[in-house]
Write a protein that binds this ligand. Structure first.
Ligand code: ADP
Ligand code: MG
Length: 257
């Protein structure tokens, strides 16, 4: 991959702020967020509804430009405030896999074609694309639905196809916004573990917005977002940073968005 500084973190976000609207409709959704996701690091992003999680994720995903602050992916500066420093479409397609809260599949393509198209847009042959799509759908337990259109799939099946599509290009950054909300806990865990596997194999960085307390042990680092700010969170993450607060003892149920 070109433009990738050797050894640079997968994701670097510095001083990111997002203001929606203006005047008396102004909402500051993200306030001076700075964080780094290393290569192979899998991060959970927790926080109540409206705290800015999707705003942060879509900013890093180059879908929703920040008002100010900087974003670098794999050492390559990509955003300087709202200004793009690369061709965003191309960069997204080549380096970023995004799983939306709703599966967002193309309705007139089959499940397999939805995965395959991501590969073909990146220059993969139809044959190789079909093979990789088949493998991913198989791993995610939806291979038997490969020829079905999204409308014929359950919410959970659609979401698994969307995960397969996001991973198809072996992106160096994977961003997922509550990807397991429609899945049972076993499937949800499987998806989290797949993200982890992909991150480790490819040296990519992963951020997952989740409310699933049962899968938190899969993550290396946990951040909590509140009122647009990000802080290190619960201490059952695999790598426990020094001096952080422990909030895993909190017995309250998962918060809903
Ligand atoms: P979360 O994903 O944590 O629920 P969001 O990032 O979606 O939070 O939203 C953060 C804040 O920004 C909320 O107050 C929300 O109402 C506001 N917001 C989100 N998107 C928009 C938008 N397009 N226009 C105006 N306000 C928005
Ligand atoms: Mg959200």
């Amino acid at each position: 991959m070109t433009g990738r500084a050797a050894g640079a973190p997968a994701i670097e976000v510095h001083g990111l702020t997002k203001v929606y609207g203006s005047g008396n409709t102004e909402v500051v959704a993200m306030r001076d967020v700075t964080l780094t996701v290393g290569r192979g690091e899998v991060v959970a992003l927790l926080g109540p509804s409206g705290s800015g999680k999707s705003t942060l994720l879509t900013a890093v995903g180059l879908i929703n430009p920040p008002t100010s602050g900087r974003i670098a992916i794999g050492g390559q500066p990509v955003m300087d405030g709202p200004r793009a420093l690369v061709n965003l479409r191309t960069f997204r397609r080549e380096h970023i896999g995004f799983v939306f809260q709703k599966s967002n599949l193309i309705p007139f393509l089959t499940a397999r074609e939805n995965v395959q198209i991501a590969l073909e847009l990146n220059g993969e042959s139809a044959r190789a694309g079909r093979k990789r799509a088949g493998e991913l759908l198989d791993y995610l337990g939806v291979a038997d639905r490969g020829d079905h259109h999204p409308a014929m799939l359950s919410g959970g099946q659609q979401q698994r196809v969307a995960v397969a599509r996001a991973l198809a290009n072996r992106p160096q950054v994977i961003l997922a916004d509550e990807p397991t909300a429609a899945l049972d806990s076993q499937r949800g865990r499987q998806v989290m573990e797949l993200f982890r596997k992909v991150a480790h194999e490819q040296g990519g960085g992963v951020i997952v917005v989740t409310h699933d307390q049962r899968s938190l042990d899969v993550f290396d680092t946990i951040y909590e977002m509140e009122d647009g700010r990000v802080a290190r969170g619960a201490s059952n993450a695999r790598t426990v940073p020094h001096g952080e607060r422990a909030s895993t003892a909190d017995p309250s149920p998962p918060r809903q968005t």
